[in-house]
Design a protein around this ligand. Structure first.
Ligand code: BG6
Length: 513
């Protein structure tokens, strides 16, 4: 395959970032991994970019007994280790805005102390009571904290104006099946209005994922061919080379269907397949997503294996290094049936997509990290080059490369110079980094900012979450009742026979990782 590089002219449309208004961020789970690895680092970057109001402050809440000084030291270290280009002065100014309070999440008195602390800090930083409660805790604590915030009068669901001053951010996983998600939504809605709730799916904060809608709807040429008349099939892949890492206790109870498929995969699918929203408003986009998810054909339990299969990594090697199988990972049950790989074939029963298969796969410990959406168009209906021995020409493939090599490529046929009719498949490539010359910002920067400015577009709504669970809960139940374990694949491989059959039965192949 040859590669050409078009000269790209980017006509820059003036687009200034909206800075966050003054507010407090109250992070539950402040001594945990997510806060250290993602939130503090992203906030420091937002601060460095001048997008945090100078009155902003963060109150870390945790079970671990720390004082604010220790919390600031932890933050400083995490930011220094992971954030490039932040000066010592900027770091100090940022960490001076951090505070910490420790206590027991289920104790109502703790919430009284939080209330007092917030009043004191609001006064000190001249914040008017605008605050965001961020749940960066294990999911089993979500309902306890939400209920306690409600009982302490901190959730503020009253008048629309005062409501908008208080927001709640909930991390994924949001529930572990349909019933638990409905129950969690019910508890949240008792204390918060839906307009106050921001359910995070960090994939929606990735630049390349946000670009899907721009690509589709800010260009006139793609929409007319974006349907069953021109598209043969779509493949969506999230492949990771990492294993379960240090998240054994969470992951072994979750598995890939809950961890990646119910959220990241279905959200990307929705963006590729939704109808044109009326406008770029949060609810217009979310309405279309819900409509799309509702159109996905439910899995038939008597033919599950032809539509969805699960695998679990065995021992193997990644980049030439031997790695253990999933069951031998620290903290994993040696008989675990948790799936680390899911491949599925989905159909959308609607006018646009009827009959077009969407093949989705995600897995850990695969050959390499690669997230992409590949749209394969139909082949030419008739080859006029048969006499030149070219009866069967490859179809055009449009690849939205989500990560790590962010870009877009389109393959097409071209004549090789020379007197004979010879063709090559060429790729027209666009690479974010070389065109825009910047490192892609971490998804959490966008999401935290959006939450502070009150834009819910990139957050999932309660009905979207429930519909996704409605589709997958029967599968989870069927797998749970199945004596058989997931199929084993060698760590470092691309796939395994049963996942291959799912697509090969239709005369197609997975794209090479
Ligand atoms: C998380 C999952 O939501 O996404 C992890 O819980 C996964 O298991 C991670 O590794 C992948 O995110 P990214 O941004 O590295 O693709």
């Amino acid at each position: 395959m040859q590669e050409i590089r078009p000269s790209v002219t980017t006509q820059d449309i003036i687009c200034e970032e909206v800075a966050a208004p003054p507010s407090a961020l109250v992070v539950f789970g402040a001594s945990g991994d997510l806060t250290r690895r993602k939130l503090l680092i992203s906030l420091a970057q937002v601060f460095k970019r001048g997008l945090l109001d100078e009155r902003f402050y963060l109150l870390g809440v945790g079970r671990k007994k720390l004082i604010s000084k220790q919390f600031r030291q932890i933050a400083q270290q995490a930011i220094q280790e992971n954030s490039s280009g932040i000066s010592a002065k900027e770091l100090k100014s940022f960490t001076d805005k951090l505070y910490y309070i420790s206590g027991d999440y289920s104790d109502p008195l703790f919430y009284d102390s939080i209330k007092v602390k917030l009043a004191e800090l609001d006064k000190k930083h001249k914040v008017d009571g605008s605050r965001i409660f961020y749940l960066a805790v294990p999911p089993f604590l979500y309902s306890t904290i939400v209920e306690q915030l409600g009982s302490a009068g901190l959730s503020c669901p009253g008048e629309p104006a005062s409501r908008q001053r208080v927001r709640l951010v909930v991390e994924k996983p949001f529930g572990r099946d349909l019933q638990s998600a409905v129950e969690l939504n019910r508890i949240i809605h008792r204390c918060f209005d839906e307009s106050q709730v921001y359910r995070i799916d960090h994939y929606l904060g990735k630049e390349t994922v946000q670009n899907i809608l721009i690509f589709r709807f800010a260009n006139a040429i793609f929409e007319p061919i974006w349907n069953r008349n021109y598209i043969d099939h779509v493949q969506i892949t999230i492949a990771e080379s990492i294993g379960v890492g240090h998240r054994a206790s969470y992951y072994d109870k979750a598995g890939a269907l809950r961890d990646m498929f119910q959220n990241h995969m279905l959200q990307m699918l929705a963006l590729v397949a939704i109808e044109l929203p009326t406008s770029f408003e949060a609810d217009h986009i979310r309405d279309e997503k819900v409509k799309l998810l509702r159109s996905i054909r439910p899995f038939k339990l008597d033919e599950l294996d032809s539509f969805i299969v699960r695998g679990q990594y065995g021992p193997g090697s990644i980049n030439g290094k031997k790695v253990v199988g999933y069951r031998a990972e620290p903290g994993i049950n040696p008989q675990s049936k948790a799936e680390t790989f899911v491949a599925a074939k989905l159909f959308m029963d609607n006018w646009r997509w009827k009959g077009v298969p969407f093949y989705l796969r995600t897995g850990k410990r695969l050959a390499r990290k690669d997230t992409e959406i590949a749209i394969t168009f139909k082949k030419v209906p008739h080859s006029m080059f048969i006499s030149a021995g070219l009866a069967n020409m490859p179809p055009n493939v449009l690849v939205l490369q989500i990560q790590p090599e962010e870009g877009i490529s389109l393959s097409f046929q071209a004549k090789r110079p020379g007197s004979k009719i010879c063709m090559s498949t060429l790729d027209m490539n666009f690479n974010y980094q070389s065109v825009f010359g910047i490192e892609m910002p971490e998804a959490y920067q966008r999401l935290l900012l959006d939450c502070m400015v009150g834009d819910q577009t990139l957050f999932t709504r309660y009905d979207g979450v429930e519909i996704a669970w409605q589709l997958l809960t029967p599968v989870l139940e069927a797998w749970q009742n199945d004596e058989a374990a997931p199929y084993e694949y060698a760590a470092g491989s691309d796939s395994f026979a049963e996942a291959d059959s799912l697509i090969e039965a239709d005369g197609r192949k997975w794209r090479k990782l």
